[in-house]
Ligand binder design. Sequence first.
Ligand code: GLC
Ligand code: CA
Length: 550
Amino acid sequence: MKDRRWWKTAVVYQIYPRSFQDSNGDGIGDLQGIVSRLDYLKELGIDAIWLSPVCRSPQDDNGYDISDYQDIDPMFGTLKDMDELIAEAKKRGIRIILDLVLNHSSDEHRWFQEAKKSRDNPYHDYYVWRDGEEGTPPNDMRAAFGGSAWQWVPEVGQYYFHQFSVKQPDLNWENPKVRREIYDMILWWMARGVGGFRLDVIDQIAKEPDKKITGNGPRLHEFIRELSRETFQKGDLLTVGEAWGADTERAKLYSNPDGSEFSMVFQFEHMVLDQEEGKEKWDLAPLPFVKLKKTLAKWQNQLEGCGWNSLFWENHDLPRIVSRWGDDGEYRELSAKMLAVVLHGMQGTPFVYQGEELGMTNVRFPDITWYQDIESINLYRERTAAGYTSEEVMESIYAKGRDNARTPMQWDASENAGFTEAKPWIPVNPNYREINAASQIKDPSSVFSFYQNLISLRKTWPVFVDGDFSLLFPEDPQIFAYTRDDGDTRLLVCANFTGEKAAFHLPAGWEGAGRLIRNYEDAPEEGVLRPYEAFILAIPSHAGELEQNQ
Ligand code: GLC
Ligand code: CA
């Protein structure tokens, strides 16, 4: 029998709450704003919403620094608003997935406030401390947002460890009391009716700083199995771990169908291809297209039957895909649709990031003072100090900065794109008069309608969920094509990933197949795929099905 957990057939929509919809005129998106837009999401056809963090936080890293895991930040609303959001979403068949930030807390969390008072405070051991002399940290480990990973606290005469900003001290997972506190907190959220969790940088919890180990520590899967057993397995949840360091072998553990860890993970092997090897994302390199195909195909094939993939191009940390690997100029709509076809045709649970369904693009603000993200601001400071020109650093930020994904959602052509009546916390992308939801919802040829169609195809055709995956023409420098087969129905997914025509002939046997979706309205051209052309064909076992579903 086929394993049909609800999250295998689901499509998830990610909301970055501060940029989605402001309801009270302070320029920051909030929970009531989300409630007011649920009908839009229902229309799109999604099944669950992953909310980036809304818990109480000093917002040093936009909420990924939590000071109270069991309260909502007043900027976003109250617990009552959260209960209302869960209930209103449920009425529309939508579940709410919360973002759990368990690798670190905020330095303003009560635990840390206690921990830094003295070495024998009961909370001291909730964090990772090492002795040392002021000015000589225990080792040379660096934090992800720049600077040393060690911060001196004179009161205790010790350093604490932080993989991210100084305001994000790492929690000590070696301490069973920390783990128990976390489980109780998760159970409390489960009782409130949430549909699942996304686990922030979960592969970094089992750190061993003395050995300079951050990701994939020796006790990682032991910790995750305990976490899963004590919490998630008591409910019917979608759980997805963020795991930059995951390879396919590890992903099979994380997404083991026996349910011992998570439902799935976000892996990033395909998302780090367009950077210089061994360097940082800021060190830009062209996308090696053949490698992209082979990487995605490897994940498809290796997890088949023994794990489960998540499918995504975007999130709040990544640039807009249409600007990154499509064309945000002349071919914006065609390439946005092409990218959607390639992703949604694969096996796994698709994630759509807010605005991706409109083909929203990257932004180029005039200079660094316009940027809000701690990562970009620190990068600018460090790299200009190291001798890079301002132009060089800005080019990196334009291509890869996280604020690309964080400009406000473009709802309509009114001032501030209908996101707020006040001054938004970050300016809207100036292209909102051309790219916005209001102009797309009623237009059957829009990017929005295209996503809507793709999502509904997944609901109608089980082969999208169950079919196995075979890559076609692996070495072709322009075409991304593959088949899916569930033993009953076969799909052919074809896409020209470039802005030039590509020589193309349908593989044998597909000549009479029916077309499920395509991004060009006029008939195909013989022997070629036009710029960014993409379509999906189907050969159903029962011929009648195709007509019904067309
Ligand atoms: C994850 C989040 C990112 C955050 C970091 C630290 O990568 O997605 O936004 O800055 O963890 O919590
Ligand atoms: Ca607000």
